[in-house]
Design a binder for this molecule. Structure first.
Ligand code: NAD
Ligand code: ZN
Ligand code: ZN
Length: 344
């Protein structure tokens, strides 16, 4: 089968030929129907993730059950599934709560999951180590639903933690309305009654955010003007939630200027921007956090929102062979919504 691999820090993704893996006891083989192209893959290719062996990329995956290892009971061939991406030990306190994204037994240098240290979904087939890591897609199609497992699950987890603050007269600001951000706008719209501001440096992204439910869109190229515009719109309370889906220095700095007292400043973007903190650098009571991905039960919740038509990923489909050029397009800011690789 064809697969797109990470082969070393600083090297371009490689399209290679590999044997189709065979599931051993407890494992499930998935025929990939869609693999989302996440910006994190660019960080993986450029900076690495502390894993020194090659692996197949793609951590945002959905497809159909193709073969079962012995002992697998919950699935049958042909079932449409999303693959839960962060693979924990399955038995620590966090994993028992289905928060495998916060597994207590994960250690630096270890794989984070398929496509992030273990073989992922940018291939015709992918091996999943346990049936517990699969969630039924129901009526959703793998090539459209794949981004829900990360681009939607990550902001869902982040927003859910902030829900008590998101009252009808409050405001949430989403910075960066790309793959994650365009899902965040929709999630805020259906989970809360708050007003929504979307910021980005690309006007076409902002237009999309407006269609998906943003009350105000702001081009943040000039950060000072953007801060002024956003603060004028919100009023003296400032933002109850700033969800930074970029995490570069300009967005982290902008976020700190628009976040309010007793608020949440949540940075999910991994752009390397630094936030300097002391007792006075942020409004009193502002909680800063850097959540990672989401839980298995939260993935069920996200899929339920999509199954009932309340959220959807804006996707563009590409062939597996096109993946290296799709990474280039993503890097150049030429992908709106989410690119999804459809192997066959
Ligand atoms: P994307 O490329 O699809 O979207 C990024 C968006 O940010 C684009 O719309 C771009 O125009 C915008 N942008 C770039 N610079 C900006 C700036 N200075 N101000 C405002 N907007 C700006 O990326 P994505 O796949 O949505 O991922 C976003 C980030 O989130 C990446 O850093 C990725 O690694 C990270 N991520 C984190 C987690 C997590 O669990 N913490 C999960 C997935 C992705
Ligand atoms: Zn990702
Ligand atoms: Zn664990």
């Amino acid at each position: 089968m064809k697969a797109v691999r990470f082969t070393g820090v600083g090297k371009a993704a490689q399209l290679v030929e590999l044997p189709v893996p065979q599931p051993k006891a407890g494992e499930v083989l998935i025929k990939i129907g869609g693999a989302g192209v996440c910006h994190s893959d660019l960080h993986v290719l450029h900076q690495g993730i502390g894993v020194d062996h090659p692996f197949t990329l793609g951590h945002e995956n959905a497809g159909w059950v193709a073969a079962l290892g012995s002992g697998v009971k919950s699935w049958k061939e042909g079932d449409a599934v999303a693959i839960y991406g962060p693979w924990g030990c399955g038995h620590c306190h966090a994993c028992m709560q289905s928060f495998e994204n916060y597994c207590e037994n994960w250690k630096p240098g270890q794989s984070y999951g398929g496509g992030l240290g273990s073989d992922g979904g940018m291939a015709e087939y992918m091996l999943v180590p346990s049936e517990r890591l699969l969630v039924s897609l129901g009526s959703l199609k793998p090539q459209d639903a794949a981004p829900l497992s990360d681009a939607a699950l990550t902001p869902y987890h982040a927003i859910k933690r902030a829900l008590p603050l998101l009252t009808p007269e409050s405001t949430a600001v989403v910075l960066g309305v790309g793959g994650l951000g365009h899902m965040a706008v929709q999630l805020l719209r259906c989970l809360s009654g708050c007003r929504i501001v979307a910021g980005d440096v690309d006007d076409s992204r902002l237009e999309m955010a407006k269609k998906l439910g943003a009350d105000l869109i702001v081009n943040t190229k000039n950060a000072d003007e953007a801060a002024e515009k956003i603060n004028k719109f919100i009023g003296p309370r400032k933002a109850a939630l700033v969800l930074d889906c970029v995490g570069v220095q300009p967005t982290v700095t902008l976020g700190s200027k628009i976040v309010g007292m007793n608020s949440q400043f949540t940075i999910v973007g991994l752009g390397g921007g630094k936030l300097v903190m002391d007792g006075f650098s942020l409004p009193f009571g502002c909680m800063v956090s850097t959540p990672y991905w989401g839980s298995r039960t939260e993935l069920l919740e996200v899929l339920a929102l999509a199954q009932s038509g309340r959220i959807h990923a804006e996707v563009t489909h590409f062939k597996l062979e096109e993946t290296p050029s799709v990474y280039k397009k993503l890097e150049e800011g030429k992908i709106n919504g989410r690119a999804v690789i459809v192997p066959q």
